[in-house]
Design a protein around this ligand. Sequence first.
Ligand code: ASP
Ligand code: MG
Length: 459
Amino acid sequence: MGDAECIARTAKIIAQAAKENPCVVVVSAMSGVTNRLIEAAKIAEMGNAGDALAVLNELRKQHQAAISSLIPDDKKGARLRERVEEVLAEGCRLCGGTALLRELTPRTLDAISSLGERLSAPLVAAAIEELGVRSEAIEATEVIVTDAYHGGAEPRMGLTREKSQARVKPLLEKGTVPVVTGFIGATADGQLTTLGRGGSDYSATILGAALDADEVIIWTDVDGVLTADPRLVPEARTIPVISYREAAELAYFGAKVLHPKTLNPVVQAKIPVWIRNSFTPEKAGTKITPEGRSIGGGVKALTAIRDVTLISVGGPGIVGLPDVVGRTFSTTAEVRANVLLISQSSSQNDICFIVATADAQKTVEALRKEFAQDLAHHKVEHITTDPNIAIVAVVGENMRGTPGIAGKTFSALGRDGVNLIAIAQGSSESNISFVIEEKAVKTALITTHREFGLGAAQG
Ligand code: ASP
Ligand code: MG
């Protein structure tokens, strides 16, 4: 939600839907707000309370302006303004405390970064009421129970189910639309947590599963899941139906539409998830279902991940070291670096894997420490990094058992002069990934997209 106009549009979609079926709304912060809050937290950590409070002040203006344009009634507006002040006052105390201690714990960062959703939910609820539909904002700390892993908490579904049903069902029975803060949860003893950046989608599927929803609709600013990034591939198209597995592969590989964990909660109950564009609600978007739908050729979509770094651990000496693989990946786990792709040739001279560039430095430092002895004795000859690479993934569930897809992909790339650095295919066969130079991404995507006819209408 960018501004008041976006909120008004959102409210209209909700009010319309609520007239047809009971629905629960999950909201994210207004755009840019979470980034600003994290910035304020970091500024406070450096001891600069004044600048942190100045950021909060800008957020105050942004939300007050939205209230003025959405809620003409002074009395209702005043109540909402008061709520905004309460939430921001909490933000001021949190930033003040952080600045005083010059320490930002993960728990405090969660408390600060969650303020955006706590500001937007009452606003959206009020905007819905403006349209004559009863609505109430709910803090997700009351309904989503998580573990205590701050910054990336995992839901505890049993408890979440109990709490959300008890809190939300009575509202639905009264015809009131609950508006729940996305991104946020709380531990069983009430400590606020967040689900990770972009986590509102995840909140929506968690609640969808906990409340036995018929479907979950994620309203965003793109037309659904596309065959490729349209900024790079002009012929890219919206995919009408896609399977959980395909969507998860795409999410995992950086297609920005979904938080990677979004589909986990709904898989068991087989609840379909829609991705739709709130700017063009007349379009159907993409439906994510347990099976998806097969299309000719098996390939559904392409995706590229940039901002990744290739790390290689190797040298002829590692052939005889039986535990290099184990030690390498316990090290990446220790520093919590998410490994996106692994490739090892059968000669075992070299293990190469890919992590987000943001994680590369700490990973390499930890590896150099882990293998210090072996490096000194030349058993491990090198630990090197290459940040100028990207991963391209070719995704499609029906690629399984369809021979020739890798062949077709790689000969097309060869023809267009794209050099392959590493290749990986999981045994699920729903994804072939390859590593190329970053500057070749556009060519690789366009070539592969054309090779598999992804721009043509899909049945
Ligand atoms: N506001 C949170 C974020 O920006 C969650 C979300 O937008 O989904 O990460
Ligand atoms: Mg977001």
